[in-house]
Design a protein around this ligand. Structure first.
Ligand SMILES: C[S@@+](CC[C@H](N)C(=O)[O-])C[C@H]1O[C@@H](n2cnc3c(N)ncnc32)[C@H](O)[C@@H]1O
Length: 176
């Protein structure tokens, strides 16, 4: 939110489903000046806004959505953007099979699946389910045009591909 307030002019709105997480965020946002800030408790799958935003960003939350929820999630983001508005977020390359990161993420997701098989309510947090191919397809299906930008700060894999990319999905129409 602090960073967004350096690049946005009219208003910055933070949304989270958790009152506790909103309270932490509110406490930590310290940068003075900039546009007004709003903190809204809401479910990203049922956003409480009309088409009012030029930009939507998301960090660290996609693991909380099952692959089958992506169409609804992306349709919601599309519905709150003005024509020409953008939905931007980083996405990491999958860990190389056999690498330490690969086994760590596989182990985490497997433990979470076991936990959710025996425990109610389930806690959805899977690292390996948010895949670039699915994401591109579902963004296009929701009506976005999609561009990818390498984020060189995060380095490259041995095959030269970026470790992290920025996905920029644009809602058709002209921004005024
Ligand atoms: C790992 S935290 C990241 C928090 C923050 N975006 C950041 O970068 O520090 C994931 C957040 O997603 C929120 N979240 C999970 N499911 C959500 C949903 N359906 N709608 C809105 N927020 C959700 C959680 O409450 C949690 O605060």
């Amino acid at each position: 939110m602090d960073v967004l307030r350096t690049v946005c002019r009219e208003q910055v709105t933070g949304v989270d489903i958790s009152t506790g997480m909103l309270a932490v965020a509110r406490e930590r946002a310290v940068r003075p000046g900039g546009p007004p800030t709003a903190w809204v408790r809401g479910d990203a799958r049922d956003l409480p806004f009309g088409p009012a935003f030029d930009l939507v960003v998301s960090f660290g939350a996609f693991g909380h959505f099952l692959p089958g929820e992506l169409p609804g999630l992306f349709a919601q983001v599309h519905s709150v953007l003005r024509p020409g508005g953008r939905f931007a977020f980083p996405i990491g390359a999958p860990a190389r099979p056999g690498s330490r990161g690969y086994w760590a993420l596989l182990g985490f997701d497997a433990a979470m699946r076991v936990r959710n098989a025996v425990w109610r309510p389930p806690f959805v947090m899977y690292y390996r389910d948010f895949r670039l191919g699915d994401v591109r397809r579902e963004l296009a299906r929701a009506g976005f045009s999609v561009e990818l930008y390498a984020l060189p700060e995060f380095g490259r894999r041995n095959d030269g591909s970026p470790r992290c990319r920025m996905v920029v999905a644009t809602k058709p129409g002209s921004a005024e």
